[in-house]
Write a protein that binds this ligand. Structure first.
Ligand code: IDP
Ligand code: MG
Length: 137
């Protein structure tokens, strides 16, 4: 079942020079390919739309500040079961709980700066791809 998902390499990943490493892992999965990609500093209105479900959470304002602190890489990735697969490849939200071998488990320590976002369902993927690539989808 081929799917598409929205992936963000967060400002920490870009600052730390991990873009090539992470994209390499994604491209190494058989049949997965990047079908859109942009390096871009995300502004507050876009982030409010993207993270609307978290408004009011204690981590919301620090998350907004972090996510707009420098450029991110936004991508659409497509391929076999890529929504589930990228969530597995990223690992759970807390990088200390994430298994070594996952992106968060290999490179992260604190929860906010966990390197990568990947859509969590088909509905989220459709919604999020439209936010970041309105002309592509
Ligand atoms: P996810 O990215 O694994 O789907 P969500 O619960 O959707 O995790 O949270 C969105 C983002 O908000 C996380 O990736 C992380 O950057 C940040 N975040 C979530 N929970 C916390 C927290 O408890 N403390 C600090 N940051 C958090
Ligand atoms: Mg989420």
């Amino acid at each position: 079942m081929s799917q598409r998902t929205l992936v963000l390499l967060k400002p920490d990943a870009v600052r730390r020079g991990l873009v090539g490493e992470i994209i390499g892992r994604i491209e190494s999965k058989a049949g997965w390919k990047i079908s859109a990609l942009e390096l871009r500093t995300l502004d507050r209105p876009l982030l409010e739309t993207h993270y609307a479900e978290h408004e009011g959470q204690p981590f919301y304002e620090p998350l907004m500040t972090f996510m707009s602190s420098g450029p991110s890489v936004a991508m659409v990735v497509e391929g076999e079961r890529v929504i589930e697969g990228l969530r597995t490849m990223a690992g759970p939200t807390d990088p200390i709980a994430a298994a070594p071998g996952s992106i968060r488990g290999d490179f992260g320590t604190i929860v906010r700066e966990n390197l990568i976002h990947a859509s969590d369902s088909e509905e989220s993927a459709e919604r999020e791809m439209k936010i970041f690539f309105p002309n592509f989808v």
